[in-house]
Design a protein around this ligand. Structure first.
Ligand code: ADP
Ligand code: MG
Length: 212
């Protein structure tokens, strides 16, 4: 299966819808261990991305993701704005000039997405961040594609892994970002960024499943 630029645009639209629907939940999660702005920040950013989509229709996959990253950097703010913004930009850089994307290229793009966050956030898995959803998703997608699983099923497995990874942040003590200021008191709460990351991957899985 091939991913088209139209599917990427639908993914971004679906992500914006999902973030908008879950805005209060994301903000409530951030209220427990941060400053109660994660949902509001991301909703503002992805609504801005949606407004920019008509101007992106005739562009290649790389341009679409890079432009999305720039827009997130300039509109989201907080820690997650630069982190997600860099992730989308890095993913876009792997897809320059591509009108269609193969499953292998999508895997490379997701790897660059995750690496962008790791580098910028100086973070690893297990530190109660968005990486706790993204790294299991990446590992799962890689294994599924290596086992010749078709793309929709592979992405569904990846989204499930992201969700499980987000749930698994609950007992962790935060070691990065604002939640780390709470030390041990950050344990017992789900990480907002891991929750939004799982949502972004679900939107991708659903978009590709719908197009299959
Ligand atoms: P802020 O903490 O500045 O208010 P947000 O509330 O928008 O930013 O985002 C918080 C989320 O960002 C956290 O839940 C966590 O997942 C993620 N995060 C924070 N710092 C880092 C980091 N250094 N590396 C990776 N992710 C991080
Ligand atoms: Mg916050």
């Amino acid at each position: 299966m091939i991913v088209t630029t139209a599917m990427l645009l639908n993914w971004l639209r679906r992500t914006a819808d999902g973030i908008h629907t879950q805005c209060e939940l994301l903000t409530a999660l951030d209220a427990a261990i941060g400053d109660a702005d994660h949902g509001i920040n991301l909703d503002r950013g992805f609504q801005s991305v949606v407004h920019s989509l008509p101007a992106l229709t005739d562009h290649d996959a790389g341009h679409i993701l890079k432009a999305t990253g720039m827009r997130l950097i300039s509109t989201v703010g907080g820690a997650s704005g630069p982190l997600y913004g860099t992730a989308f930009r890095r993913a876009g850089m792997t897809l320059e000039q591509r009108q269609t994307v193969t499953p292998e290229e999508l895997l490379l793009a997701l790897r660059a997405f995750v690496q962008g966050i790791k580098t910028m956030g100086q973070a690893e898995q297990g530190q109660k961040t968005m990486l706790d959803a993204l790294i299991p998703a990446l590992v799962t997608l890689e294994a599924a594609l290596a086992a010749s699983t078709d793309l929709p099923a592979a992405l569904e497995q990846a989204a499930l892994a992201a969700n499980a990874g987000a749930e698994a942040t609950i007992p962790l003590v935060a070691q990065r970002g604002r939640a780390s200021y709470l030390g041990e008191r950050s344990a017992g709460h789900k990480d907002p960024g891991a929750t939004s990351a799982a949502l972004i991957l679900y939107a991708l899985a659903e978009t590709v499943a719908e197009a299959a």
